[in-house]
Design a protein around this ligand. Sequence first.
Ligand SMILES: C[S@@+](CC[C@H](N)C(=O)[O-])C[C@H]1O[C@@H](n2cnc3c(N)ncnc32)[C@H](O)[C@@H]1O
Length: 312
Amino acid sequence: MPLVHLHFPTLLDGSSSCELPPRNVEFDVIFDPSETTLEEVATLFTSKVSRNTGASRTPWKVRHFVSSSSLFPPSPTLSPHIIRSPYIPPSPLPRLWKPDSMVSSILLPLLLNLPSPISIILDLGSGAGRDVCYLSESLLSSNPSVTVVGIDKHKGSARRSLPLWSKRGVSNNSSHELLDLKKLPLFDAYMASLPHPINCCYAVRYMNLPLFSHLSSNLPIGCVFALSHFVVDLDGTFNYDHPSISDVLKLGEMEGMFKCVEEGGDWKILRNDRVKDSDVGRTLINFVVRREVGKNMKEGKRKRDDQGGDHN
Ligand SMILES: C[S@@+](CC[C@H](N)C(=O)[O-])C[C@H]1O[C@@H](n2cnc3c(N)ncnc32)[C@H](O)[C@@H]1O
């Protein structure tokens, strides 16, 4: 289990932290008794009522609360030069949360092996910014100029993401764009304002079919598009309370949109896997494609075909 430093006084003030693990994950809490009391910490993690809203909530699964003074008693014999030696944080920093599995197991290896250097990656519907953070941290050492942009229409997204990115040292490589992705002209204007063509665009548990269709025609050649989202079962049903069936992909919907080269389209399908989510076993599709053919190439080929036809 990784060891992650959280600032308790900030949490006790009612702020949330994106570093906290999901509520079904067991973990231990080590607290500094000079900073806070056992009672305060225990109330924070085990209360079944939200202090901010009064609504009922699931408490975290804390196994033990341990005072740091019992683990690290003050030692007068420590030599001063040990105390002064510089602390070099591990990179990437340990984390109690997990990025989306498609992002970590498919997208990251692909991005690390792209032939051209990566400059801009977009996360559509980025939420709390964890996948943005993960990719920034993971790509930074091989590519210091990479920028991962989280796009979301909710102000709370930036409010949660920015402190996480700052704490984990990726503020210079991560940015947030407050944008309603249902407004395609605004999205196009944003794309046109970017200093470089984008290399990758992905969405995790965010479905916006008009936008995806627009991207399938307009992303630049070489660009990767990836989606991890709920899909109906093979018999066409989706027997879960959440999300509603209107927010679930139908069978073959993404392949129909991102047509592959063999079928006269522009895309190469790199992955199209059905996987189960770790919560309740809903099926997700991990769909990853790369644009192989551009608009101009198609136009050139059409002209060449036409000219060839004239000669015969
Ligand atoms: C289910 S959450 C997923 C968040 C994140 N990708 C993740 O996997 O944790 C969907 C996100 O999409 C955002 N969203 C919904 N509609 C949007 C829209 N029209 N434009 C931009 N973001 C939107 C929501 O604010 C939310 O943060």
